[in-house]
Design a protein around this ligand. Structure first.
Ligand SMILES: Cc1cc2nc3c(=O)[nH]c(=O)nc-3n(C[C@H](O)[C@H](O)[C@H](O)COP(=O)(O)O)c2cc1C
Ligand code: SF4
Ligand code: SF4
Ligand code: FES
Length: 608
C-alpha cells in the first residue's frame, strides 16, 4: 500500500459539483501526473465540507490548509507552488470579511472553529464511496457492540441516557419510539429512514448521506436489532442523485463486508434494506404518507392512532427515523449516552446540524452544541449580514416554523425555548433575512408552498391554506382591509386545530409569527399602501433622479413595457411613466449610475 505525503480532500458535495469541483478534480489529477507527484499526493473526493458558499473547496492534509473558490485555471500554479515547492498559495485562502484577515488553516476560520462535529465528524475527511475509510474512523464499531454485546433493552437504556430526540422536526425521544415498537407484538417489523427532506432551503440530510452514508446504515442496523426488524427502507427523494448513488454504493459495500444480510458479524442477526425513491412531495415526509408511498399508494396521511410503532408499513410495527437522528446512534452506542448528553441543555442534548442560508455571509452547514444562541450561529459562525445591512429575522423550521426577530436573538437552540418564541427547531433549516425582506411576503411564500403541497385529503388544509393565501395576496397588492389580520388569525387557529396531519397543523405558523412580531408591516400594507421593505411589486414606484441620471439610455432600452421616455440628443430628461410601468425592476437593477429610486408611498397619494 502506498503512503502519500499529502492528501487533497476535495469537496464533491452537490453545491461544489454545481460550482465545478469535477473540472477542478480532473485538472488536479492531470497536473499531479504532469509533475510526477502521483505517488506522493492523493486526491480524495469527499462529501459536503459544510462551507458551501466558498465552493469548490479543498482541504490539504496534514497541514489543514483550506483552499476556496478553486477553478481549473488555478490548478497548475497551485500544484507547482504548494505541492512541488512547498509554498502554499495565499490568494486562494479564505479572507475573513469583517477583518479582511487571510486565514490559511481550516480550523482557524470562525465558520469552523465554534462547531462541534459528531454527526458530521467524517464530512470532508473520508471518501464516502470507500467503506474502508469509514471503518478506519471507528466505523461499524457501534454496530458490532450493539449486535455482539448488547441486548435491545440495553440499547434502549443507552439511548434514554443520551437524551437523543428525533431530528426530523418533532423532537420525539428516540428511545421511546424504539421501546414502543419493540414492545409491539409481531414477527415482521420494519426499520425506516426518512430522507425526504422537503423543507425549502434545507440540505442537512442530503449532506449527511453524501458525506457519510454508512453512519445512517449503522443507525438503521442498530435500530432494527433493537425493535426486532429484519428489513428496512430508506425513503429518499429522487432529486438527490448524488446521495442516492452514494447510498447504493454504501449498501453494496456493507453487504460485501457482511454488515448487511444474513448473520451480520456472526451475531445471528439478519437485516437488509433497500432505497425507495420518492417523487419530492413535501407531504410524503409525513410518516403515514411516507409509508403509503412505499406501499405503492398515493402519498396521503392517515389519522393516528394507530401509531406506526403498532401499525406502520403494511400494518406492521415500524419505526421511522430521520437521517440525522440515525447518524447519531452509532456514536452513542460506542461512546455511551453520558458522553452524548455531556453537551446541550437540560431538555435538548447533543448537537444539531443547521443549514444556514439566506442573507448571511457564511452560507453552509453547521453542527453546534444544543443551547448555543441564534445570535452566535448567525453572527459568529455565519459572519453576520452581508453588505452592511441590518438583520431582520430568522426563519426556523421551514413552512412549519416561525420567524424570530432581533430582540429574541439570544434564544438558545433548545426545543422548548424555540417553541416558546413561536418558532420550531424543525429539521434544521435556518433562513436569515435582512432588512430588505418583507415579512408579509415571506408569510405569503410559505402559505403558497403549503397550499401547493397540501395533499387535499382534508378540507381545513386544502381550503384553509387557499383562503389564507388569497388574503395575503390581497394585502401584498395593497387591497387588504384591517379586518384581514383578524381573519388570518382566526383561519390559522381553525386550520391548526382541525387539519389531519402536521402539514396543515403547522402551515399557519409563519403567518402567526409574522403577525406576532411584525404586525406593523401588515398595517403599513393595509392602511398606507406601503411595503416598508420595498418588496411588494404592486406597492412600489420607480422614479429617475434627474441629477444622478447620465442619460445613458440603458433603462429605456431594457424596459419590457416601454414605460421610459427620454433621450440624450436632443436632450430630453429620462422619465418612468407610472401608468405603463409593470414594476419588474429591470431598470432599477440595471442602471449603472444608481439613478433610479424605489419608493413605496401612500395608497391615497397614488390613487390621486
Ligand atoms: C408535512 C411533513 C413533512 C415532513 N417531512 C419530513 C422530512 O422531510 N424528513 C424527516 O425526517 N421528517 C419529516 N417529517 C417528520 C416525520 O413525519 C417524522 O416525524 C420523522 O421522520 C420522525 O423521525 P425522528 O423521530 O427521527 O425525527 C415531516 C412531517 C410532516 C408533517
Ligand atoms: S392536513 Fe393537508 S396535507 Fe395533511 S392530510 Fe389534510 S389536506 Fe393532506
Ligand atoms: S439607466 Fe440610469 S443613467 Fe441611464 S438613462 Fe436610465 S436612469 Fe439615466
Ligand atoms: S458541497 Fe462543497 S462545501 Fe458543501
Amino acid at each position: 500500500m502506498s503512503t502519500y505525503r499529502t492528501h487533497l480532500l476535495l469537496c464533491g458535495g452537490t453545491a461544489c459539483h454545481a460550482t465545478g469541483s469535477q473540472a477542478v478534480k480532473e485538472a488536479l489529477l492531470k497536473e499531479i501526473a504532469k509533475q510526477g507527484l502521483e505517488k506522493e499526493v492523493r486526491v480524495i473526493e469527499t462529501g459536503c465540507n459544510g462551507f458551501c458558499a466558498q465552493g469548490p473547496v479543498m482541504v490539504v492534509q496534514p497541514e489543514g490548509i483550506f483552499y476556496q473558490k478553486l477553478t481549473p485555471k488555478d490548478i497548475p500554479y497551485l500544484v507547482e507552488e504548494h505541492f512541488l515547492k512547498g509554498r502554499p498559495v495565499e490568494r486562494l485562502f479564505y479572507v475573513e470579511p469583517a477583518s479582511s484577515e487571510t486565514i490559511p488553516g481550516m480550523n482557524e476560520i470562525p465558520f469552523f472553529s465554534r462547531q462541534v462535529l459528531r454527526v458530521l465528524r467524517n464530512k470532508g475527511a473520508i471518501d464516502p464511496e470507500k467503506i474502508d475509510e469509514y471503518i478506519a474512523r471507528d466505523g461499524y464499531l457501534g454496530t458490532a457492540k450493539a449486535l455482539l454485546e448488547m441486548t435491545p433493552d440495553e440499547i434502549i437504556a443507552e439511548l434514554e441516557k443520551s437524551g437523543l430526540r428525533g431530528r426530523g422536526g418533532a423532537g420525539f425521544p428516540t428511545y421511546l419510539k424504539w421501546k414502543f415498537a419493540k414492545a409491539s407484538p409481531g414477527e415482521v417489523k420494519y426499520m425506516l429512514c426518512n430522507a425526504d427532506e422537503g423543507d425549502p432551503g434545507a440540505f442537512m440530510d442530503r449532506s449527511v448521506l453524501e458525506a457519510d452514508p454508512h453512519a445512517v446504515l449503522e443507525g438503521m442496523i442498530i435500530g432494527a436489532k433493537t425493535i426486532g426488524a429484519h428489513y428496512g427502507y430508506i425513503y429518499c427523494r429522487a432529486e438527490y442523485p448524488l446521495a442516492l448513488r452514494r447510498l447504493d454504493i454504501a449498501i453494496s459495500q456493507a453487504r460485501e463486508y457482511g454488515l448487511l444480510g444474513k448473520d451480520i458479524l456472526g451475531s445471528g442477526f439478519d437485516f437488509d434494506l433497500e432505497v425507495y425513491q420518492g417523487a419530492g412531495a413535501f407531504v410524503c415526509g409525513e410518516e403515514t404518507a411516507l409509508m403509503h408511498s412505499i406501499e405503492g399508494k398515493r402519498g396521503m396521511p392517515r389519522p393516528r392512532p394507530p401509531f406506526p410503532a403498532q401499525q406502520g408499513l403494511w400494518k406492521r410495527p415500524s419505526v421511522l427515523n430521520n437521517v440525522e437522528t440515525l447518524a447519531n446512534v452509532p456514536q452513542i452506542i460506542l461512546k455511551g449516552g453520558d458522553w452524548y448528553a455531556s453537551v446541550g441543555t437540560e431538555g435538548s442534548k447533543g448537537t444539531k446540524v443547521f443549514a444556514l442560508s439566506g442573507d448571511v455571509i457564511n452560507i453552509g452547514l453547521v453542527e453546534v452544541p444544543m443551547g448555543i444562541t441564534l445570535r452566535d450561529i448567525i453572527f459568529e459562525i455565519g459572519g453576520g449580514i452581508p453588505d452592511g445591512k441590518k438583520f431582520k429575522a430568522v426563519q426556523l423550521g421551514g413552512p412549519s416554523g416561525g420567524c424570530v426577530p432581533e430582540h429574541l436573538l439570544d434564544t438558545p437552540t433548545d426545543y422548548e425555548a424555540i417553541s416558546k418564541v413561536g418558532a420550531i427547531m424543525g429539521s434544521g433549516g435556518m433562513i436569515v433575512m435582512d432588512e430588505e425582506t418583507c415579512m408579509v411576503d415571506m408569510a405569503r411564500f410559505f402559505i403558497d408552498f403549503c397550499k401547493e403541497e397540501s395533499c387535499g385529503k382534508c378540507t381545513p388544509c386544502r381550503e384553509g391554506t387557499k383562503r389564507m393565501l388569497e388574503i395575503l395576496e390581497r394585502i401584498t397588492e395593497g387591497k387588504g382591509e384591517i379586518e384581514d389580520i383578524e381573519r388570518l388569525e382566526e383561519l390559522s387557529r381553525f386550520v391548526k386545530d382541525s387539519a389531519l396531519c402536521g402539514l396543515g397543523q403547522t402551515a399557519p405558523n409563519p403567518v402567526l409569527s409574522t403577525i406576532r412580531y411584525f404586525r406593523e408591516e401588515y398595517e403599513a400594507h393595509i392602511l398606507e399602501g406601503r411595503c416598508p421593505a420595498l418588496v411588494c411589486q404592486a406597492l412600489i414606484t420607480y422614479s429617475i433622479d434627474t441629477e444622478a441620471c447620465k442619460s445613458c439610455g440603458l433603462c429605456k432600452k431594457n424596459c419590457p413595457a416601454e414605460a421610459i421616455t427620454g433621450s440624450k440628443k436632443p436632450p430630453e430628461p429620462f422619465v418612468i411613466h407610472e401608468e405603463k410601468c409593470i414594476h419588474c425592476g429591470v431598470c432599477f437593477s440595471g442602471c449603472p449610475f444608481d439613478a433610479i429610486k424605489k419608493s413605496s408611498g401612500s395608497k391615497v397619494a397614488r390613487a390621486a
